[in-house]
Structure formats: structure tokens, C-alpha cells
Design a protein around this ligand. Structure first.
Ligand SMILES: Nc1ncnc2c1ncn2[C@@H]1O[C@H](COP(=O)(O)OP(=O)(O)OP(=O)(O)O)[C@@H](O)[C@H]1O
Length: 257
């Protein structure tokens, strides 16, 4: 199946177009390339191509409509976020919603152990070097919280806030890590505190399940950054109240199995 999809992508981009498959999720295949979609002069950047393939379990017409709708929604969100002050996200480069393609700038780099610099891998890397890296981890997690806070303050929600969808990249001048959010397939405009509470809960659970040893400290730092990014304390209070309610619902659900 995936070989067939990859040949379709090759056919679409051209046989000689250099792409490398880096991820295959439920919804999309993600490739990386160093070639710009339409400007061969751009030589210094790397790009991500996200492709939503045809799903043969869906009626072809419904599939086309859904693919187009989801691709357009993700692009719209990226464009909005590209113009939002203070938020770190990939730049939208090009898109072909009819065929399910989105091109965006690549975020991230290799960590010293050779893994990709997602927050998840970063925390794994520093899991055993607690003392030496604690302040770096604290700084990074406060920045992560700030990014989520800025997003929520602008009435946007992420919708799939896991530690794999947060990517770290060093500032080119200072060498200091910055936090970026990626994957806006389930994101959108929302004024509802419930959606924001769920975003926070999903990330809290993700941190607890993959980095259980220091999860409490990590979540505390994320929430410190989140709180610092709010100007309006009433809004913050409402979100935090709902976050607690979402947590309690989650606890009840897991007790009931
Ligand atoms: N702009 C980007 N820069 C760097 N890596 C990226 C970028 N976009 C996606 N990736 C990589 O590809 C992976 C999958 O991308 P994304 O989450 O957008 O697709 P998805 O199909 O929604 O995946 P999943 O089903 O796993 O959530 C990411 O976890 C990340 O490793």
C-alpha cells in the first residue's frame, strides 16, 4: 500500500524530485525535501511535504471533498498563525488542496543522540542527565507553555497537543532553544474554554505517559509559561477552572475503565 502511495507521490512531483518519507500517520504521509516547489533558486532551506492520500474505504467523491476540506482548513490555520505575533510555527510555502498536498518549512534539527528534536525526544535525551540539563529543560518547557498560551489568547486551539507535535529549534544567532508548534490538522478558531482545557489536558497526559519520572515538574513549568502569557487574568482563571474539570472527568473515566 505505502509503496503504491509513494510511487503516486513520485509521479506527482516528478521522478527526479528528491523526497524522503519521514512519517506515515493515520491521516497523512510526511516527506522532507531540500527542493522548493516552484523556485529552484532557493537552495538553503528544507521543506516538509504533507500528503493526504486517497482513502479507498471512502466513496471517491466524499474522499475528494474531505481531503480538500481538511487540507484547506490546515492551510488556513497556518496562514493565520503565520501572521500571529509571537507564535512559532512552520511557514506555509504552497498547497494543492485538490490533490491533498501541503508544503511548509521544516522545523527542527538533530539532537546529540541523532534523534529528531521533538519535545518528546528532547525530554527523553535529558531524562538521565537531570542535574546538568535541568535549567535548559525548565527554560524550554516555560517557552512551550508560552506558545500554547499565545495560541489560546488568540482564540486558536491545537487539537492534538502531544510532545511529538512540539518541536525545538535553536535560534541561529544565540544557539538557544525555541519551541515551535506543528501539525494543525485538527486546529482551528475557538472561543470555548472547554477546547482550551482539553488541549492542556492532552499535553499533560502525554507528558505523564512518556516522561513519568519528572512529569509533575515538567507540567508545572509548562503551566508557568502558559500563565505568564495571559494578560487577562479573568480569562486565565476560566481556562484553568475548566482544565481542572476536564482533568476530573478524565480521572473518573479512567477509574471506570
Ligand atoms: N513542519 C515540520 N517540520 C518538521 N517536521 C515535521 C513538520 N511537519 C511534520 N513533521 C514531522 O512529521 C510528523 C507527522 O506530521 P503531522 O503530525 O503533521 O502528520 P499527521 O499525519 O497528523 O501525523 P500523526 O497522525 O502522527 O499525528 C511529525 O511528528 C514530525 O516528526
Amino acid at each position: 500500500m505505502s509503496t503504491e502511495i509513494i510511487s503516486r507521490v513520485k509521479e506527482y512531483l516528478g521522478e527526479d524530485f528528491p523526497v524522503r518519507l519521514i512519517s506515515q500517520g493515520a491521516e497523512a504521509l510526511v516527506f522532507e525535501t531540500n527542493q522548493h516547489p516552484f523556485n529552484p533558486e532557493v537552495k538553503t532551506e528544507e521543506f516538509i511535504i504533507k500528503y493526504r492520500p486517497f482513502k479507498n474505504y471512502r466513496h471517491p467523491q466524499i474522499d475528494k471533498t474531505l481531503t480538500k476540506k481538511r487540507t484547506v482548513a490546515e492551510c488556513r490555520c497556518l496562514v493565520k498563525l503565520n501572521n500571529m505575533k509571537g507564535i512559532n510555527v512552520p511557514h506555509l510555502v504552497a498547497s494543492d488542496p485538490y490533490n491533498g498536498y501541503i508544503w511548509q518549512t521544516k522545523i527542527g534539527e538533530q539532537l546529540p543522540n541523532g534523534t529528531f528534536s521533538s519535545l518528546k525526544n528532547f525530554l527523553w535525551l535529558h531524562n538521565n542527565d537531570k542535574d546538568a540539563y535541568l535549567s535548559t529543560v525548565e527554560e524550554v518547557l516555560i517557552k512551550v507553555g508560552k506558545q500554547i498560551g499565545i495560541l489560546h489568547n488568540n482564540q486558536y486551539i491545537h487539537g492534538d497537543l502531544t510532545s511529538s507535535n512540539i518541536v525545538l529549534q535553536r535560534d541561529a544567532n544565540t544557539g538557544i532553544w525555541d519551541a515551535y508548534l506543528i501539525d494543525f490538522g485538527l486546529s482551528g478558531y475557538s472561543t470555548m474554554v472547554e477546547d482550551k482545557g482539553v488541549d492542556l489536558y492532552v499535553l499533560e497526559r502525554a507528558i505523564m505517559s512518556t516522561h513519568s519520572l519528572y512529569a509533575d515538574k515538567y507540567n508545572e513549568w509548562i503551566m508557568q509559561g502558559y500563565k505568564e502569557s495571559f494578560d487577562n487574568q479573568d480569562n486565565l482563571k476560566q481556562v484553568l477552572k475548566r482544565f481542572e474539570e476536564v482533568r476530573q472527568r478524565g480521572r473518573k473515566r479512567s477509574m471506570l475503565g
